[in-house]
Design a protein around this ligand. Sequence first.
Ligand SMILES: C[S@@+](CC[C@H](N)C(=O)[O-])C[C@H]1O[C@@H](n2cnc3c(N)ncnc32)[C@H](O)[C@@H]1O
Length: 234
Amino acid sequence: MGEWQEIWNNEGARRLWGVPDRQVVALADAWCTDGKIRRVLDLGCGVGRHAICLARKGFEVYGSDHSEAGIEACQQWLKAEGLDAQVWCSEPEEIPYPDGFFDAVIAFNSIYHGTEERVEAAMRLIHAKLRPGGRAFVTLLSRKSRMYGRGKAIGPNTFVSEGMFHQLFANGGERGVPHHFSSQEEVERFFTGFRIESLLHEELHLPSARKGGDELTWFKIPGAYFWRVVAVRE
Ligand SMILES: C[S@@+](CC[C@H](N)C(=O)[O-])C[C@H]1O[C@@H](n2cnc3c(N)ncnc32)[C@H](O)[C@@H]1O
C-alpha cells in the first residue's frame, strides 16, 4: 500500500497513467453501442484514467484503490471535469456493493500485485460482483516477461523486485510492489466460471506526450508481456 502511495504522489507517474488504454476505450465504445452495460467497476483504478474515460461516456462508474494518493487524484480529476463517479479507498476485497451488482469490471494492471492466492481471490470476487452475462476486462502479467524471476520470490511465480519498471518512474519504479506472473494455463484457470471472448498476449504500451504538442505517442516497454482477457461471466 505504502509503495503505491509513493508512486501516485509522483507527478510523472500520474501523467504516465493519465491516458486510457486503447483496448479499454474500444470496449467502452462497444458497450455504449450495445447498451447492455451501465454499471462499471474499475478495480485498482489508480489515478482514474479508465474511470474518467467511462464517466465521460456516460456509464455509472465505481472505482476502488488502496492508495489514498491515487483516489485523491482521481476525485480531483472527476471534480475538475464535473463528472460523477463513486470512488473509494479500500483493499481490493472490500467492495461495498452486493453480489451481481456490476454489469462490467475492469482490472487493468492491478490484481496481479499479490500472490497467486490473492489473484485467485480477486478473480472470484470479480465473478461474484458481476451479474450473469456481465463483462470482465482483466490484464495479468505473463511469465514470458523479462521481469519474470527477478527479485525476491515471495510465493510461486510471485516476486518483489527493487528495479521493476524502474525506467517508468523517477523514484525507483514499482519498488517493493509484488508481481505475480501467469502462464496461459493459469490465466484460463483464473477465469473458471467465465467464457473467455478474447485472450491477447502483448507487450505493454504506455502513452507519452514527451515529443511536445498535443499529439500523443505510445511507446512499448520491451519484454513487458501481459495477458489481456475479455470474458463473459457465466
Ligand atoms: C499500475 S497501477 C494501474 C492503475 C489503473 N488500473 C490504470 O490502469 O491506470 C496499479 C494499481 O493497482 C492497485 N493495486 C495494488 N494491489 C492491488 C490488488 N491486489 N488488487 C487490486 N488493485 C491493486 C495499486 O494501488 C495501483 O493503483
